[in-house]
Design a binder for this molecule. Structure first.
Ligand code: BTN
Length: 252
């Protein structure tokens, strides 16, 4: 399985398939420690201890979805700009999902969830290693719901639920890696402003009034964009405010 070579410069050129593992992020961590080249990918059919954002777990039924991680060495990126990598990865997935499911509304929910028809279809866990002011290593873990049709969480969805189709996983991986590499190369070429602009364009709830909470307060606000530090900008009744990670939550 996963034998179709990606049409990429480096992403997925070294591809390790494991029928089962605890976490593909941990497996890539080992490979990078053993000096694997940038772009190494580990993919599994059964991830038994998948990690999610903010210490959560990531559950994925065996053989149904894409659970994989990519090892990167983005030395060109300063630690303070780490959110640009997150935006580039989100946009690579966004580009690809829009192409795969043209009749589905796809958005990026800040900071880095992919939404399809207002439900979460894909999660990203990026683990960076910083030396001095540079990011020397980055492990990009992606959990993409493909053929799974029932979830514990009502807020989750999959490509199959959105389209009514089943997707063979092997060609999907090849294709998604090509889109991810294209955005990574755009970032490496210094096109940060464009990435920020396109990320804003893809934002979930942008220019719509919704309920948020922050510091124990519930308030009405409208997302207007992202600032240069990756904070979410919300127009509230008491003015424009910028929120960092974990400082604001979305309400229904
Ligand atoms: C989230 O909480 O939304 C992020 C989920 C990230 C899950 C992926 S699956 C592949 C990789 N390995 C892990 O242990 N986690 C990531």
């Amino acid at each position: 399985m996963y034998k179709i070579p990606a049409n990429t410069l480096f992403m997925g050129q070294q591809l390790v398939f494991m029928s089962e593992c605890h976490s593909t992020n941990s497996e890539v961590q080992h490979l990078l420690g053993e000096n694997s080249a940038e772009g190494v990918v580990v993919i599994t059919n059964n991830q038994t201890r998948g990690r999610g954002q903010q210490g959560n777990t990531w559950e994925s039924k065996p053989d149904m979805n894409l659970t994989f991680s990519i090892g990167l060495r983005p030395h060109f990126l300063e630690a303070k700009d780490h959110f640009y990598l997150s935006m580039a990865v989100s946009l690579g997935l966004y580009d690809w999902l829009c192409r795969m499911m043209p009749d589905t509304a796809i958005h990026v929910k800040w900071p880095n969830d992919l939404m399809a028809n207002k439900r979460k279809i894909c999660g990203i866990l990026i683990e960076n290693q910083v030396q001095g002011n540079r990011i020397v290593q980055s492990i990009v873990g992606i959990g993409l719901n493909v053929n799974q049709r029932s979830f514990m969480l009502q807020t989750a969805t999959s490509m199959s639920l959105c389209t009514g189709k089943e997707f063979p996983l092997d060609p999907l991986l090849t294709n998604v890696l090509e889109h991810l590499e294209a955005r990574y190369l755009q970032l490496r070429a210094g096109e940060q402003a464009r990435i920020l602009q396109q990320y804003e364009h893809a934002l979930f709830w942008r220019h719509e009034e919704h309920v948020f909470s922050a510091s124990g307060r519930v308030f009405l606000g409208t997302i207007t964009g992202i600032d240069a530090d990756g904070r979410l900008i919300i127009q509230t009744e008491s003015g424009i405010k910028a929120f960092g990670f974990k400082e604001v939550a979305y309400h229904k």
